[in-house]
Design a protein around this ligand. Structure first.
Ligand SMILES: [Zn+2]
Ligand SMILES: [Zn+2]
Length: 430
């Protein structure tokens, strides 16, 4: 038999077994779908705020224990981490779901709507899964079940990461992905690659959106304190007016993005969100404070903005006879959610095989942020959007994330379970 013939036969065998594997995943995902919906409704009716996901974590841990996994709780306060060891040599692949809810009173009208309340910033508030993290937890539990059943086909280990506080820890507390990493979630066993999905209320059920490179923005806060000289409002020539200086600085910042950045490569945003200064109509104050946010998808652009914003603020202030102190913290509030391009290329066929080629679409980058990015700073990872909108509802009528009437169609979750499972299987068997 010639070499070419052998390799053709091997090829055929391989694709047949790949096909059989993905068919088996479909069957298992279908079998667990009822449970996934049940779990999701349970989480939705029992939402808990960031770093307070005590019962949510317990519910997840109970199920993972039932599956016979090696389960660790109280990671980064309320996180749950479980390991599935295939017993075969191979990589360690992590799957991550965030599990926290938001201080929002639900008005969606779904039968399983939340009526929960909790104390938030000293106020009693409604609590709602208004970002879909209830579906994330349920889908990852579903994928755990599927992968346990597929154990003999796995190589290496799967690490299931149920992460608290994605929406941000309460004031004065640490939390989320960053704290999990500090506590060693990516070590022992050392994780090689991580996958995560976010359900999306404005993307059709059955579809996946992906992007190579930056898919969600890095976030940096900034603060500019302008110091001038106070005077009576009737005698401005006796002042160094920080209010007019602030106005000029705000306008000056507008040309950083519009004139200095190569926007055909990536988007960027600078927004001033708060101005404080003065307390009376006839007093020019001594000081004005500006606070804002910088959003970038590229490290070079981020660096450019930091330097340019600092320079402009200081020199505009100087030109007015005032001074500006500029603070752009060194660390990240959020890094860019960055999909490793070669990993994206490697796993795109898996997405297309799972959802169907026509149902996998290139996404525009989003200027919101996601703390999954902290994992991707350490190891290669992919973050994808999975559709949660009922197809017949026009996109303009689908409420956005973090709104009280936010809705996710249960039917979207099965594709999530299949996607997570296939990513693990295909990565291990590449
Ligand atoms: Zn959110
Ligand atoms: Zn979210």
């Amino acid at each position: 038999m010639n070499k070419r013939r052998v390799s053709l036969m091997l090829c055929a065998l391989f694709s047949q077994s790949t096909f059989a594997t993905s068919e088996r995943i479909d069957t298992l995902a279908q079998a667990v779908e009822g449970d996934v919906v049940k779990w999701r409704h349970h989480f939705h009716q029992n939402p808990e705020l960031s770093n307070r996901e005590f019962k949510t974590a317990q519910y997840i841990a109970n199920y993972l224990n039932e599956l016979g996994l090696d389960v660790q709780t109280k990671v980064a306060h309320t996180g749950v981490v479980a390991i599935l060891d295939s017993g075969n040599p191979g990589p360690v692949v992590a799957l991550r779901a965030d599990i926290d809810a938001l201080p929002i009173t639900e008005t969606s009208g779904v039968t399983f709507a939340s009526r929960a309340t909790a104390l938030y910033n000293d106020n009693q508030v409604g609590v709602m899964h208004a970002c879909g993290h209830d579906t994330h937890a349920a889908m990852l539990m579903g994928a755990a079940k599927v992968l346990v059943e597929m154990k003999s086909k796995l190589k290496g280990k799967v690490k299931f990461i149920f992460q608290p506080a994605e929406e941000g820890a309460p004031a004065g507390e640490q939390g989320g992905a960053e704290l999990m990493i500090k506590q060693g979630v990516l070590d022992s066993p050392k994780v090689d690659v991580i996958f995560g999905i976010h359900i999306n209320s404005q993307t059709d059920v059955g579809t996946i959106k992906y992007r190579s490179g930056g898919i969600m923005a890095a976030v940096d806060p900034f603060k500019i304190t302008i110091k001038g000289k106070q005077s009576h409002g009737a005698y401005p020539w006796l002042s160094v007016d920080p209010v007019v200086t602030a106005a000029q600085i705000i306008l000056g910042l507008q040309t950083i993005v519009s004139r200095e950045l190569k926007l055909i490569d990536n988007a960027a945003v600078i927004s001033v969100g708060s101005i404080h200064g003065g307390n009376r109509s006839n007093i020019i104050p001594n000081e004005v404070e500006l606070v804002g946010t910088i959003r970038t998808l590229d490290d070079g652009m981020r660096q450019h903005i930091h330097e340019s914003l600092t320079r402009k603020a200081k020199l505009i202030a100087q030109s007015m006879g005032a001074t500006a102190e500029v603070i752009v913290p060194d660390g990240f509030q959020y890094p860019v959610t960055y999909n490793d391009p070669s990993l994206m290329l490697q796993m795109l066929p898996t997405l297309e095989a799972t959802a169907g080629k026509d149902n996998v679409m290139l996404a525009n980058a989003v200027m919101g942020a996601e703390d999954f990015s902290f994992f991707q700073q350490k190891i290669p990872g992919l973050y994808l959007f999975v559709g949660g909108k009922t197809k017949s509802i026009p996109v303009e009528q689908a409420p956005g994330h973090h709104t009280p009437d936010f809705v996710i169609d249960d039917e979207g979750m099965q594709l999530g379970v299949r996607t997570l499972s296939n990513l693990v299987l295909d990565y291990m068997n590449k």
